[in-house]
Design a protein around this ligand. Structure first.
Ligand code: SAM
Length: 158
């Protein structure tokens, strides 16, 4: 979700294997167009927003989102997590990786100036609440250097 140029989907394609399929969704038609030009055989790309995915219920084994949720309007991020839950099959797994902005005021301002205001917001609190509220069981969360954090969760089997 929020696949951008398709960088991560191209890494995931061999993991899914020849019988698996990777679907990248991004709000930007230009990003999707770029990703399609470099698509491995088992990757497909759709233009769409994470808050209202045009994908069937329980149709994926794994949902991955990196550095996309912070781009969404603050009030719609919970809806995006609920959509990730909806499209996962019971037992399916979720990985969200997000930017972890500097906590110092000056460094945080600088990060915002260099990368855009969206990058100043720390989503750990929001995802810490939105992921279990959507119905997920959180398996693991942590930090990755230099400036990432992640949440891994499972949609409990029915
Ligand atoms: C920083 S890029 C990350 C791309 C990719 N996930 C990666 O890690 O390389 C953020 C992407 O999120 C997409 N995006 C922003 N808002 C979105 C939304 N509401 N739904 C889906 N994608 C969105 C942008 O178009 C952009 O391609």
């Amino acid at each position: 979700m929020g696949c951008g140029t398709g960088y991560l989907t191209r890494i995931l394609a061999p993991v899914a294997g020849p019988t698996g399929q990777v679907t990248g969704v991004d709000a930007s038609p230009a990003m999707v167009e770029h990703a399609r030009r470099r698509a491995p055989a088992n990757c497909r790309y759709l233009v769409g927003v994470g808050q209202t995915l045009d994908l069937p219920d329980m149709s994926f084994d794994i949902v991955v989102s990196s550095l996309a949720v912070h781009h969404m309007p603050a009030g719609e991020r919970g809806a995006a997590v609920r959509e990730m839950f909806r499209v996962l099959r019971p037992g399916g797994r979720l990985l969200i990786a997000e930017f972890r902005p500097p906590t110092g005021r000056l460094a945080n301002r600088l990060a915002g100036l260099l990368t855009g205001p969206a990058m100043r917001h720390d989503l750990r609190g929001l995802l810490g609440t939105a992921v279990p509220e959507a119905g997920f069981r959180v398996e693991d969360e942590g930090e990755l250097k230099p400036m990432l954090f992640y949440v891994r969760a499972v949609r409990p089997a029915a």
